[in-house]
Every structure is written in C-alpha cells, then in structure tokens.
Design a protein around this ligand. Structure first.
Ligand code: ZN
Length: 499
C-alpha cells in the first residue's frame, strides 16, 4: 500500500466528511497516520491492515473497513493525550529534546493552535525552535495546564509533518509543586523564576541598614573569602566586588540562589532523561547589573547548578508586544559585557524574555552573543490571531476591543507599561478595513496583548464563554489566514536573528 493510495482511498470514502492534511501523512510498519478535520475539529486518522491496526492501543471514535484488493481499516481518533502518547511511541521525533546550546527561539502559543504556523516560519532557519512554551501565569490566564500546552504543540508538529527537533519550556516556574507537574509531563527546558526570593528593596537601604543586615548573614565569611575585593577582568572592563556592592548583591540575590539550588536538586532527582535549565531574573523592578550577573553565575557554579541559560533583566524597558524602549547604544554596551561574562563563566546562553517585537534589538542580540542566545515570544502570536479576527470578523473584534478597554486597568497590574489608552483611536469611528491599522499602534497592541486572559475567560450570565468559543471557531474556519499571519510575523523576528 502506498501513501498516495491511502489518501485517495480515504478521500473516496470519507471525503464528504473530512478534509486531509496531506503534510501530516506518515507511514510506520505498514500503518498510516495522518491528520484530518471535519467542520468542527481535527482528528488523527489511522489506517492499515486490520490486524496491524488493531494490535495498537489507540482509542478510536469511529472505524470503517474498506475492501479494496485487500481489506483496509480506517480509524478516526480524537486528539486526546492517550492517543498522542501512543503516537509518540511510534513516531519518536514527536518527543521534545534539548537545544544543545544552539541558538533557540521560543514560540509561546496562548491559544494552543499556532504551532504549524510557527514551524513554517522556522523553515530554512538555523535556529532551534522551542515550540511548547508557557508560563505558570499564562496557564492560569488561558485556563491551560502543562500537559495541554505540550500536547497542543506536538499535535501541531504532527499536523505539519515536522520531524525535526523541538524543545518544550516550562516557563517561569516558581515552586516545586509546579516543577513536579511539569516534570511529569516531560518538558525539556525548565525556566526557574526565583523572583519571590529576590530582595529588591536592598537597593533602597542606606549604608548603615545594609551593613546591619549583612553582618547578620551566616554565610558572610565564606562569601567574603571568595569575592571580597576580587577583580575580574572581562575584556577591557574591570569588575570588582567592593564591600558595599558585594553586600548589596548577596542580600538581594542570596536567597534566590538557594531556591534555584533546591529546584535544581529536585529536577536532578526526579527528571528522567536530559533537561536544560534556565534561570530567569528578568521579572524584577531593577535591571541586573553586570556585577550581579557575574556573582549569580559564579554562585550557581559553586553550588553545582548546571544551567544553560540566564535571563537577566537587561537595561531599558521591555514592554509587551512592542519594540525596545531606551537607548540602544547603552543597551549594546551593557549587553556586550553580559555576553563576555557568560563566555568567561563557562559559556551559557543569554535569554531574552518579553522578546516579542524587539526588532531593533535582535541583530545586536544575535551578533554580540555570537549565537549563544535564546529568545522568548508569546503575545505576538496572540496578536496575530486577533489580527486574523479583525480581517475575518470585524464585529467580533469590536466587541473584544470594547471589553479589553474595560479590563485594561485591572489587567495591567503585573506589567510594566507605558500604554496611553487616550491615544487609541475610537473604533466606532473606524471603518472595518481600517481596524487592522490598530496593530501598528503601540497603545492598541498593548491593550490587546495584556488583556488576553480576561478575553479568553469572560463568561456571560449563563456561564458560557463570551468570546473564547467564537475566537476558536473563527480561527478554525480561517486557519489558512491565521497560519499565514503568524508565520509572516515570526519570520520577521527570525530574519533579524539569523545573521
Ligand atoms: Zn520572563
């Protein structure tokens, strides 16, 4: 039986009910696997000689035998975790793996349906894709969970027929409970966020207060014997741990290091197979100074924590869904120093969070890091999905926009933003075809960017979703446009990074 025959046979018998994704078709040991969709949802189709199909353990919703020269059994299976688990055992490239220090790019997918579009964007690019990526906060806002995030990305790989490597990032994990759950699902990259253990207010203490707190530190002696007045020559910079600076850094980050160490030991004990570790200190009020970066990396090594990425809080403003705000020259100089520290301290990747749409930064980021970089995006794919809504059903967008305006204040608390709602045009005065221009407006972008959780969770008085089901339905029915918009936008990101 040939691949083409299977598709022809399927189309002859089921063509009025299902549409085939031809790229997805795979053969293994005389069995054929491909994705199909009806007018509501997608399914896995499995076919082959009945005895070959039945020996597998897929749960089929429907099946039908067709007599040709020989009998062929077709099964239609829902996209469940059970069925995916079976499929991953047969097609082992559907399992995530580690980036192996290659330049990498994360495509968070808040709706869980954009992976095929992301894969398309990575074609011919020498950047390792991290296709499953969601933070604990995003999962709360999208009512998702680790397994769903991972499964959605893998079904996306299957749909696209993708056989290359990809990573899975459990992003911004703050505690062992969430870490445990992510480990059970088989993520390959764990981004530990110790921000609950970072004492940001140390920077505001006066000399006396700082001194007093520092004197009380049990590990003071040990730390001083290693770092006090030690000079590091990083290229043409000299970094010295003078007393007050050392005290401030230790008091600010000391507990965070202990937390990372605890999580790392937990990972080592409980994780089966290879994994990579990212330490993210980006969600802090203050930028991470090069000296603090140096100390953190050095301490992590000293405690035996094997990490692959660090995400410092770089100088400047890294707002959601828009380009970098700040002096790009200052960023470049300080970023160079961060790169040299990373290289000097054994070589690890520098990670850029809130990486969506930071177009002016990418060439510097890729160049100066010499390819030792990781970039995370998420909101930008959500914005492209909303742009698709604007293009296909402007009335739905108008409702979402008005709702977002009401939620903005409540939703903006966890972000650093400069959004000015007054500058967003009154959409009642815009024609449908003008709405798409809102996506060029930073204020409108941020409005939609940060209110995604409220939009996706809002329910009416009868408990039905206000927008969610309509959003998914529209994107399902206009999949080609949705994929095209996402691919185009991510390609633009990758082009600037793939130097
Ligand atoms: Zn982050």
């Amino acid at each position: 039986m040939e691949k083409r025959e299977i598709i022809n046979m399927f189309s002859r018998n089921f063509g009025n009910l299902y549409q085939v994704y031809p790229d997805s078709l795979k053969e293994n040991n005389g069995r054929f696997f491909f994705m199909v969709k009806d007018d509501q949802q997608k399914y896995l189709s499995l076919s082959g000689l009945p005895e070959k199909v039945r020996v597998l353990n897929f749960h089929a919703d429907k099946e039908k035998s067709i007599d040709c020269n020989e009998k062929v059994l077709f099964q239609i299976c829902s996209l469940t975790n059970h069925n995916l688990t079976q499929l991953r055992q047969i097609l082992d490239y559907l399992n995530p793996s580690c980036t192996q220090m290659k330049p990498s790019f994360g495509t968070g997918d808040r709706l869980g349906i954009a992976t095929p579009a992301h894969i398309q964007a990575f074609r011919d690019k020498n950047i390792f894709p991290v296709l499953a990526q969601q933070s604990v906060r995003e999962m709360e806002r999208t009512e998702s969970h680790w397994q769903k995030v991972l499964d959605n990305a893998i079904w996306g790989c299957f749909e696209k027929g993708y056989e290359g490597p990809f990573g899975a990032d459990a992003d911004h994990v703050k505690d062992l409970n969430n870490l445990q759950k992510a480990i059970e699902c088989g993520f390959t990259l764990y981004t530990l966020d110790p921000s609950d253990h970072i004492n940001e207010h140390m920077i505001q203490l006066n000399k006396e207060e700082l001194k007093k707190k520092y004197q009380e530190l049990p590990e003071k002696q040990e730390i001083e014997s290693i770092y006090l007045d030690k000079e590091y020559h990083i290229e043409n910079h000299q970094l010295i741990f003078i007393h007050d600076k050392l005290a401030e850094i230790v008091l600010t980050y000391g507990e965070a290091i202990k937390h990372i160490e605890k999580c790392y030991q937990f990972l080592k004990k409980n994780h089966q197979g290879d994994f990579e570790l990212e330490v993210s200190i980006d969600e802090t009020p203050n930028p991470t100074s090069p000296l603090a970066h140096l100390w953190i990396a050095s301490e992590l090594h000293r405690k035996g924590v094997d990490f692959q990425n660090i995400a410092p809080h770089y100088i400047g403003d890294w707002e959601k869904g828009i380009d970098y705000i700040g002096d790009i020259g200052t960023f470049r100089e300080e970023f160079k120093l961060h790169c040299q520290i990373a290289s000097e301290m054994g070589g690890y990747k520098l990670s850029l969070h809130s990486g969506s749409d930071k177009f002016s930064v990418y060439p510097i980021f890729a160049n100066e890091s010499d390819g030792y970089f990781h970039v995370k995006t998420a909101g930008t794919s959500w914005l492209e999905a909303v742009k698709t809504i604007v293009m296909c059903q402007p009335a739905l967008y108008r409702e979402m926009h008005d709702f977002a305006l009401k939620c903005f204040e409540k939703d903006s608390f966890s972000y650093q933003l400069s959004t000015d709602l007054q500058k967003i045009p009154n959409i009642a005065k815009l024609k449908d075809e003008e709405l798409v221009h809102l996506f060029l407006d930073n204020n409108a972008r941020q409005l939609i960017h940060i209110t995604y959780g409220s939009i996706l969770r809002e329910k009416d008085e009868r408990g039905r979703y206000q927008f969610r089901d309509r959003i998914y339905k529209l994107l399902f029915e206009n999949e080609a446009i949705h994929y095209q918009e996402v691919t185009k936008h991510i390609q633009h990101h990758l082009k600037l990074l793939n130097l």
